[in-house]
Design a protein around this ligand. Structure first.
Ligand code: PBG
Ligand code: ZN
Length: 323
């Protein structure tokens, strides 16, 4: 049956009807807020390229997370920015490291909040790469040990989930084995499985001071041109024991997310990354777009494509509006 018998507009006549027939809904429960933690006290430092996003010292982070929990956001993911960086990224698995201290404080002060940690070396290494570097090469296998030690130290501090974002081969298995061996079989691994070598990470690298000192991340992150390779990465991480998979960045990868939704049964996360957020905020500030509506549209599209969880810098403002 086609026009004039069929009229699609019959089902769009008023908001009551549209709301009843809405296929996808965004909920506060879908959102995870990424947070940057720095050393010091009383620090709440704005990040210039990400309006509304700050770096927090542990004490200020606790206040922020109390608000986050009150807004009904189920969880946060922490990124640490240490006071000092070195070649091996010693700060990544330091017992008194900035993330480890933050996790302990949050598990005490906001126990209802799910605490995830980003597991990577790039925020802690002086060369800014996500692994162990010899010459100009990022070595895979020696990095696994460092990542497993980092994940373990986060688990010891009380992290509920660890999220490796380094894109080394075999890291999920190495982390899972270490966690299980040390009695942290209840800690879940959210793998940044399909993580592309993306220019959309620019503002994050400014925020975390983690831009690589030489070269780029293309020898470990995925080529944005490759869809089948992304599916292979995800399949391998499932075999290695990942509990949930992430696709990153989000809007430029909706096809990957939709493919993954069809191919796999695990929970899927998508990361609406720093550049995606910054673009919307910058255009809105100049009056070129309605920032609130564009932000909502971006997130509903990510949900529609198949995400169960969305890591987003806009989580607080979205949650506040979702009521
Ligand atoms: C660290 C990491 C990055 C992001 C998350 N974890 C940066 C990178 O890989 O260069 C990007 C997040 C964002 O842009 O918001 N490996
Ligand atoms: Zn990294």
């Amino acid at each position: 049956m086609s026009f004039p018998q069929t009229r699609m507009r019959r089902l769009r006549r008023n908001e009551n009807l549209r709301s009843m027939l809405r296929e996808t809904r965004l909920a506060r429960e879908d959102l995870i807020l990424p947070l940057f933690v720095v050393e010091g006290h009383g620090v709440r430092e704005p990040i210039v390229s990400m309006p509304g996003v700050h770096r927090f010292s542990v004490d200020m982070l606790v206040d922020e997370c109390k608000q986050v929990a009150q807004l009904g956001i189920p969880g946060v993911i922490l990124f640490g920015i240490p006071a000092a960086k070195d070649a091996r990224g010693s700060g990544a698995d330091a017992e008194q490291g900035v993330v480890q201290r933050a996790v302990r404080a949050l598990k005490k002060q906001t126990p209802e909040l799910l605490v995830m940690t980003d597991v990577c070396l790039c925020e802690y290494t002086d060369h800014g790469h996500c692994g162990v570097v010899v010459g100009e090469e990022v070595l895979n296998d020696p990095t696994l040990e460092r990542l497993a030690a980092t994940a373990l130290s986060h688990a010891r501090a009380g992290a509920d989930w660890v999220a490796p974002s380094d894109m080394m081969d075999g890291r999920v298995a190495a982390i899972r084995a270490q966690l299980d061996e040390q009695g942290f079989e209840h800690v879940a691994v959210l793998s940044y499985a399909a993580k592309f070598a993306s220019a959309y990470y620019g503002p994050f690298r400014e925020a975390a001071e983690s831009a690589p000192a030489f070269g780029d991340r293309r020898s470990y992150q995925l080529d944005p041109a490759n869809r089948r390779e992304a599916l292979r990465e995800m399949r391998l991480d499932i075999e290695e024991g990942a509990d949930a998979l992430m696709v990153k960045p989000a809007l430029p990868c909706l096809d990957i997310l939709a493919d993954a939704r069809r191919a796999f049964e695990l929970p899927l996360a998508a990361y609406h990354v720093s550049g995606e957020y910054a673009m919307i905020r910058a255009a809105a500030e100049r009056g070129f777009i309605d920032g609130e509506r564009v932000m909502w549209e971006a997130h509903i599209a990510i949900k529609r494509a198949g995400a169960d969880m969305i890591l987003s810098y806009a989580a607080k403002e979205l949650a506040a509006r979702l009521g």
